[in-house]
Ligand binder design. Structure first.
Ligand code: TXA
Ligand code: MG
Length: 326
């Protein structure tokens, strides 16, 4: 069931479903989330069941206002406070020590909890409406089946879960890849997942360097080597290798798609070319929907030109390497 995110009545209906412990897919500025009230373990269990996600993989809890996050946290370290002040509402998730008895199922049983205050106006209106009905926060992983490409449009969510699910339509997501995740629960802040906020911007606001995950870093499915996979087999190649590979192709009846910034377009029969945008934010915005489109067109193989090594491309490069590892 599609609910129009610009319609106050439809948003109220969605808020009532959340309050009643039902699943509702919600738009955010990054990707669509599959939401349930975070204070209801039975409601949260429906998310794990629908996604096919292992129950010990923690979810992100979304709140209407930055200050609403505090009830879920046992403490908010100063570095987390600086990051919140700089980037909330926005595409940043903070892992904080979890307050006793709050969001245990959402946190996958861990003693930390992922918190995010999204900036999408429809998400904020929905979270506020749900809060008026007593919902303190909404647990929501990306609204895709476990391991698959995240949805950036309402129609993608319907493709994943069918017409039965209540999906609030907030249009195409502006950012297109998931939030950056910074773990502030274990002393030094750690960048668990890159997003569109560059490390440099995060470090400037944190006023300290961010470490890379080590062996004791918390489990995070979005950080598994193989994730974000389209149905087609995806290969990442440098421009030169991709160009040569294309020259070697005969007129094979292969369902090949090429997604690149700079290889010359060839007219090889059966090869579908898509141009990757030259700007990293634009590339992020369309990445998952392009992978879905190429799948829908029946591509069996997607050859992708490696993105540039500049830090602005970290989020896109991370998602593509994981897609290629599947
Ligand atoms: O942009 C986003 O973050 C989207 C939108 C819907 O907000 N959500 C999203 O959720 O990407 P998901 O579940 O697909 O990825 C959440 C990531 C996972 O890698 C999860 O393991 C990590 O956050 N995470 C959540 N809580 C955690 C915790 N307590 N400790 C460590 N990692 C945590
Ligand atoms: Mg996900």
């Amino acid at each position: 069931m599609l609910l129009d995110g610009t319609d106050a009545g439809a948003l109220q209906r969605a808020a009532e479903l959340l309050a009643a412990g039902e699943l509702v897919a919600i738009p955010t500025e990054t990707v669509y989330g599959l939401g349930a009230r975070a204070d209801d373990d039975a409601a949260v269990a429906k998310i794990f069941h629908a996604k096919g996600r292992p129950a010990d993989h923690p979810l992100i809890v979304h709140v209407a206002e930055p200050a609403d996050a505090e009830q879920f946290a046992a403490k908010v370290p100063a570095v987390a406070r600086r990051l919140m002040a700089a980037f909330w509402p926005g595409p940043l998730t903070l892992i904080l020590p979890r307050a006793d008895g709050m969001g245990a199922a959402a946190a996958g049983g861990q003693n930390s909890i992922g918190l995010r205050c999204p900036s999408h106006p429809v998400a904020r209106a929905l979270l506020a409406a749900a809060q008026r009905l007593g919902v303190p926060g909404v647990a929501a992983p990306s609204a895709n089946r476990f391991g698959r490409v995240s949805p950036t449009q309402a129609a993608h969510v319907v493709d994943e879960f069918g017409e039965e699910l209540a999906v609030v339509d907030g249009g195409a997501c502006d950012i297109g890849i998931e939030s950056s995740i910074v773990d502030c629960s274990r002393g030094h802040p750690v960048l668990l997942r890159p997003g569109v906020l560059t490390r440099a911007r995060l470090e400037a606001a944190a006023e300290e360097p961010l470490r890379d995950p080590d062996a004791d870093a918390p489990r995070a499915p979005g950080t598994l080597a193989a994730h974000y996979a389209p149905n087609a087999k995806l290969r990442l190649m440098p421009q030169q290798m991709l160009t040569s590979a294309l020259q070697l192709l005969g007129d094979e009846p292969l369902k090949l798609a090429v997604y690149s910034r700079s290889v010359p377009l060839t007219a090889t029969k059966g090869v579908r070319h898509r141009r990757m945008p030259a700007l990293p934010d634009q590339a992020a915005q369309e990445l998952f929907s392009v992978l879905r489109e190429l799948d829908a067109e029946g591509a069996q193989l997607i050859w992708v030109e490696e993105p540039p090594t500049e830090p602005e491309w970290d989020g896109v490069r991370d998602r593509l390497s994981r897609a290629a590892a599947s």
